[in-house]
Design a protein around this ligand. Structure first.
Ligand code: ATP
Ligand code: MG
Length: 137
């Protein structure tokens, strides 16, 4: 059984789409194994997105990710890393397929409503960034 990290980003929390996002996961047979609402500090957002630190959008991304509370979740299911990415849609909502979370709710390429781990190694790092073993059920 695979696990992945999902985040409803600050824009998604502000738009009040948390329930709809979870509904889509559950409708797809994906189980929520851990969940909490947190507001990242700038340093915490920098650590989470450290792979992007050389990118031109990094400073703006960190400001956005620390601009308000987000909801972090561990999702569990067969092939959940890929299946969550399919439910999310492309990074840029303009390129996202119809019916995906980003097509339906994202404002732009930065404020794109949700995050999902992209591989088993990143999922392991990202889950451990937010949750300890006792918090995952
Ligand atoms: P995420 O990692 O958040 O699930 P992703 O894997 O689809 O998204 P990445 O390439 O990992 O996309 O980029 C991480 C995040 O950085 C994006 O989700 C978005 O918030 C922001 N981002 C990516 N590209 C740009 C860009 N060109 N301009 C502004 N922000 C961007
Ligand atoms: Mg990514």
């Amino acid at each position: 059984m695979e696990r992945t990290l999902s985040i409803v980003k600050p824009d998604g929390v502000r738009k009040n789409i948390l329930g709809e996002v979870i509904r889509r996961f559950q409708e797809a047979g994906i189980r929520v194994a851990a969940i909490k609402m947190i507001q990242l500090s700038k340093a915490e957002a920098e650590g989470f997105y450290a792979v992007h630190r050389e990118r031109p959008f990094f400073g703006s991304l960190v400001d956005f990710m620390s601009s308000g509370p987000c909801v972090v979740m561990v999702l569990e299911g067969d092939g959940v890393i890929r299946r969550n990415r399919e439910l999310m849609g492309a990074t840029n909502p303009a390129d996202a397929a119809p019916g995906t979370i980003r097509k339906d709710f994202a404002g732009n390429i930065e404020q794109n409503a949700v995050h999902g781990s992209d591989a088993p190694e990143t999922a392991a790092f990202e889950i451990s960034y937010f949750f300890n073993a006792l918090e995952i059920h």
